[in-house]
Design a protein around this ligand. Sequence first.
Ligand code: MN
Length: 438
Amino acid sequence: MTRTVDQTHDPGLTSWVDSANRPEGDFPIQNLPFAVFRRAGSGERFRCGVAIGEQVLDLAALGAARPFEGLAARALSACAEPALNPLMELGGEAWRALRQGLSQVLREGSAHAAHAAGALVPQSHVELALPARIGDYTDFYTSIHHATAVGRLFRPDQPLLPNYKWVPIAYHGRTSSIGVSGQPVRRPHGQLKAPGAERPRLAPTERLDYELEVGVLIGAGNRAGEPIPLGQAEEHVFGLCLLNDWSARDVQAWEYQPLGPFLAKNFATTISPWVVTLEALAPFRSPWSRPSADPQPLPYLEGAEIRSAGAIDLALAVWLETAAMRARGVPAQRLSRSNFRDSYWSIAQMVAHHTVNGCNLRPGDLFGSGTQSGAGSGEAGSLLELTAGGRQPLELTGGETRTFLADGDRVILRGECQRQGFARIGFGEAAAIVLPAA
Ligand code: MN
């Protein structure tokens, strides 16, 4: 693995930014995730920032004081741009040099503290944009528990198709409708065909669902015709975010054969604004394994690096806040939990497979992991699974029930990494409210 645990992960490190030292916070000095922001309502140019406690460190403002030299200085100057693409393009050595520099600037006792304090903006005062110009978006299907549960609903005779255990399955998604957390999602219209009906009708979806996914943002790309080998795959990955692949299940059921999802999924995708780097995730790696009774991967998808540390122990959760909960002042309710560690395919395998035919990836490309569901009944990453295809309504606090999402529902995805001997880091959230159909 190219990412190693170093002094930036030392759990004893503290920051001169007080809010970064609270153990329950998502953004301690060991995390340092990137986003694109400006002061809310200011009309300023967007630029890159790094989260520290409840503040954003403005990297364009920090860069003006030229605190670094060499590669770290080059990486910092790329952060004055209104997207992370220029930083992503510089590659892993530059990302690591910048992380080392930022960790030095933000730690207790830093000589740069006085200047950097002037470059802090409270997160409560900022507007966050998409972190990158996303050129292409590919959504994978890496949870075998999700694939089996959904397959059972759509095709009871053959839940898991025979290619699943050999191919990291994916479809090419739509980039134009990717939004950042906080942007509302409008209930889409589509062709719906009831089971006994003779013909479909055009109507607002009656089966609006979320999908709990991890987003993978590509850093440096590859040239067309030059596959990325598994052993180098993670060097092309900048970092991770949370991703909600909103889905209209009734539209999906009618349209998905023979070419896969189309209008059921291209109307909206929500991602979290903060990109947690693979450097920050180094302490939370886990072995990747494959049950011995299953086919083992073809050689281009197999390697010692993924066997020892190809998975990431990232705890995921979905929360729901209904309009009634908001009106009563009741907090959001957790619907399910799962862990990215249980994914059937690893990030490196997704990258190696995506490029094995020579397909070129570019900085800022986005992969979705596919819905992350665990083996247990409370670990399903979509309502489709949690309600057995809408047959078993969920009971919510306050007497409400849900099969699929109602207008006014706000869906919140959260993620966090915890391991004995390391500081807990969080992903913030990917949240959006459902608006009624137009
Ligand atoms: Mn999906």
